[in-house]
Design a protein around this ligand. Sequence first.
Ligand code: COA
Length: 216
Amino acid sequence: MEVALRRMRADDIPQVIEIEKEAFSTGWVGTPFRRELNSRHTRFLVAYRTDVTDNAATSTEELPSGPADAPLWARMLTGVKSALGMGESAATDNLAGYVGIWLQGDQAHITEIAVREALRGRGIGELLIIGTLRVAYEQGLEEVTLEARVSNFVAQRLYDKYGFNEAGIRKNYYADNREDAVIMTTDPIHTGAYREKFQVLQERFLERYGEVQIEL
Ligand SMILES: CC(C)(COP(=O)(O)OP(=O)(O)OC[C@H]1O[C@@H](n2cnc3c(N)ncnc32)[C@H](O)[C@@H]1OP(=O)(O)O)[C@@H](O)C(=O)NCCC(=O)NCCS
């Protein structure tokens, strides 16, 4: 399976809602994606399969790849083409996951992250976190933060891998069962130590899953 990352477009919304419903069936409250997509304070990224043919997938072939002698992690391409002209009219039926990021003060706050159940455990969640961190660097933000259900061991493992530390508890945070949320926040991402950690993680990701196109 080949996957790439780009900004969410309006025509992705039906697929994203499908993924959201599947992932957050308990107490599901639909995100107003259409409104959020137009906000300057949010960024939504989608991971999509490039081994399933559609216009969005083929359009990434036009992007240049990084120099052959660049470090592996640097060749995970960050294009600036964003959604403009990138198969705008294509109906996307190949989305694998998405992440919603709220750009708030000096923080990137992950509001939602989910991967299609059938495609979990193949690095897509990791790719969405890599994309989020890259957005945070691009925006000059200081740290990335989020809340997770205290029972959500899988998600916490993923965040822990990317250097998110437990920063506190929000009591009774989730309306459906009044479950507590654990707040998880990275160390300041501009420190040498964090940059190095992130670089190593991206290298490992590439070695494990192969090169991937990223457009922020
Ligand atoms: C959390 C979620 C996004 C992870 O996505 P994913 O694509 O399955 O995760 P990846 O394959 O990229 O795995 C990355 C890391 O997550 C952790 N992880 C993933 N699946 C795991 C599992 N079954 N058990 C333990 N840890 C797991 C591991 O640390 C893994 O790294 P590793 O492969 O080096 O061990 C996905 O499980 C999901 O959509 N869950 C439902 C929605 C949700 O809970 N969102 C989070 C809300 S806070």
